[in-house]
Design a protein around this ligand. Structure first.
Ligand SMILES: Nc1nc2c(ncn2[C@@H]2O[C@H](COP(=O)(O)OP(=O)(O)OP(=O)(O)O)[C@@H](O)[C@H]2O)c(=O)[nH]1
Length: 219
């Protein structure tokens, strides 16, 4: 008898490609490093092109979720590579820096970029996207939106929810990621008809349009 849970009948592994995008210096790499390795550094080294990280989540005793996180450089929106990087993604996080309003204004452009370049399922639904208001440890004085404004913004712009996060203080990152994964799993039609092995992101379908905003923030 094997000690490997993957040998159990009914045990499933899911591999999901998740994009992490947003303007330069908004904290994408820091969020991923906090989530995957539980580390943080103030040292800023801009990502060139794309970087990758893998996070394995034991979702429940019968389910392992492997997140392949694609850390895409903030400057890439001005390049032509995003279409290639976005291919087969099933979810995304868009980050902005609460101390720089211009990075919030850029969120709509990132969302439009994703929506125009990646869909899934036969009916080409948009992939679910969660919005991260990062660096909330620095105070939100510069950020004039209220929680109600943000809820409305998410609803109007097709985000499944938003979270105030801090990579520095380890605030809400895991919660936001789990919220996104929960959404992906619930809409993965194969989940309730388990098959052996890994489900490829391109296999997903029946993803409903995001209609409601999720739990928001770290108040
Ligand atoms: N105070 C604070 N600083 C943060 C936080 N997250 C990131 N930073 C800092 O912000 C700077 C930029 O962070 P990165 O994670 O490199 O940002 P990025 O979005 O990956 O940047 P690009 O790769 O250039 O697009 C670094 O100096 C980080 O230490 C946070 O939650 N709070």
């Amino acid at each position: 008898m094997s000690n490997n849970p993957a040998d159990d009948e009914g045990y499933n592994e899911y591999l999901y490609k998740i994009l992490v995008v947003g303007d330069i210096g908004t904290g994408k790499t820091s969020i991923i490093k906090r989530f995957v390795h539980n580390i943080f550094s103030m040292h800023y080294k801009s990502t060139i092109g794309v970087d990758f990280a893998l996070k394995v989540i034991n979702w429940d005793p019968k389910t392992e979720v492997r997140l392949q996180l694609w850390d895409i450089a903030g400057q890439e929106r001005f390049g032509s590579m995003t279409r290639v990087y976005y291919k087969e993604a099933v979810g995304a996080m868009i980050t902005f820096d609460v101390t720089r309003m211009s990075t919030f204004e850029a969120v709509a452009k990132w969302k439009a970029d994703i929506d125009s370049k990646v869909t899934y399922g036969a009916d080409e639904k948009p992939i679910p996207v969660v919005l991260l208001a990062n660096k909330c440890d620095l105070g939100k004085d510069a950020f004039i939106k209220t929680a109600n404004d943000m809820d409305k913004y998410c609803k109007d712009n097709g985000f499944i929810g938003w979270f105030e996060t801090s990579a520095k203080e380890n605030m809400n990152i895991e919660k936001a990621a789990r919220f996104l994964v929960d959404h992906i799993l619930k809409n993965d039609v194969r989940r309730n008809q388990p098959i052996e092995g890994t489900i490829q992101p391109g296999d997903l379908n029946k993803q409903p349009q995001p209609t409601s905003t999720g739990p928001s923030c770290c108040k």
